[in-house]
Design a protein around this ligand. Structure first.
Ligand code: NAP
Length: 277
């Protein structure tokens, strides 16, 4: 599954929607990017996201904050952006530092501006199957499966990983599409035998080539959300592709879809806040 191509189609549609919104209202969609400290990977991620925003006609306001900021200081900064009508979406780059109550900082994002889908409000809406912003990576996975017309109803989906931003919501979105979902995690017993039963496999662990090609059920749909340095996914791609019906590469699979969803949700947020149907 070519995430780069599908993401490009989504981003083209998003750019057209952003241009139309800007023309109609005189206001361009705007995302605030909040970065605490100068972690090199985070600096790169934020720069990349801002570049992609610019290409799609989305303005971005960068808010760099010192690594020494307190939880109260960060919450205050995010609350300020939540109340600022010229900001339509807020991205708080993770991680924010061990001394900060990350949950408190995320919860300072107004639900209508939670374009990264990180608040409890967004998570609950997703769990209830109600409209709202989804966590971008799982949202991107679902859009990719849809682009390839993958029928999920009644299929056995196995999600390896259960983080709050990735594995857990991915499984819930698949459940919402009537897949029969099994979660695997670090305490799972006999993980390999469960993986071998997967019609749809989502790998979200963060361990290079954790899933062996020989464990892929023939014809299975394999989504590799994992990323380890050196562009290495969670699935042993070269052997897995010989058995899978569909499979995402790393890079060029889930990664581009994540950013595409962030941009699309930012324009959706701006449209709602600017009162454009
Ligand atoms: P995380 O918070 O570290 O979660 C990893 C999950 O994997 C946990 O649920 C953990 O289980 C499970 N796990 C770890 N070791 C395991 C083992 N030996 N057997 C079974 N399960 C194991 O990571 P994350 O934030 O979800 O990210 C996962 C991967 O996705 C990373 O490679 C990350 O870089 C990538 N990612 C990619 C994108 C993108 O845009 N493409 C976005 C986000 C993340 P426990 O819960 O039991 O500890």
């Amino acid at each position: 599954m070519d995430g780069t191509a599908v993401a490009r189609r989504i981003t083209d549609a998003t750019a057209a929607a952003a241009a139309e919104l800007t023309e109609r209202t005189g206001t361009a969609p705007c995302i605030a990017t909040v970065l605490v400290g100068e972690d090199p990977a985070s600096v790169t991620y934020v720069r990349m996201k801002r570049n992609r925003c610019a290409q799609a006609g989305i303005e971005s306001r960068h808010v760099p904050l010192p690594a020494s900021i307190s939880t109260a200081g960060l919450v205050e900064a995010v609350e300020g952006l939540s109340a600022d009508p010229s900001v339509h979406g807020i991205l708080l780059q993770h991680p924010v530092g061990d001394h900060i109550d990350e949950r408190a900082a995320f919860e300072a994002i107004a639900p209508g501006k939670d374009v990264d889908g990180v608040t409890m409000h967004s998570f609950a809406a997703m769990a209830f199957g109600l409209p709202g912003f989804v966590s971008c990576t799982p949202g991107g996975i679902l859009r990719l499966l849809d682009a390839y017309d993958v029928d999920l109803a009644g299929r056995h989906a196995v999600v390896v990983g259960r983080s709050a931003i990735l594995g857990k919501p991915a499984g819930m979105l698949l459940l919402g599409r009537n897949a029969t979902v099994t979660y695997c995690h670090s305490r799972t017993k006999d993980l390999r035998s469960i993986v071998r039963e997967a019609d749809v496999l989502v790998a979200a662990v963060g361990r290079p080539r954790f899933i062996a090609g020989e464990d892929i059920k023939p014809g299975a749909v394999v989504v590799d959300a994992g990323y380890s340095p050196g562009n290495i996914g969670d699935v042993a791609f070269e052997t897995a592709r010989l058995r899978a019906g569909l499979i995402t590469p790393v890079p060029g699979g889930v990664g581009p879809m994540t950013i595409a969803v962030l941009l699309a949700q930012t324009v959706d947020a701006a449209r709602a806040q600017l009162g454009v149907a």
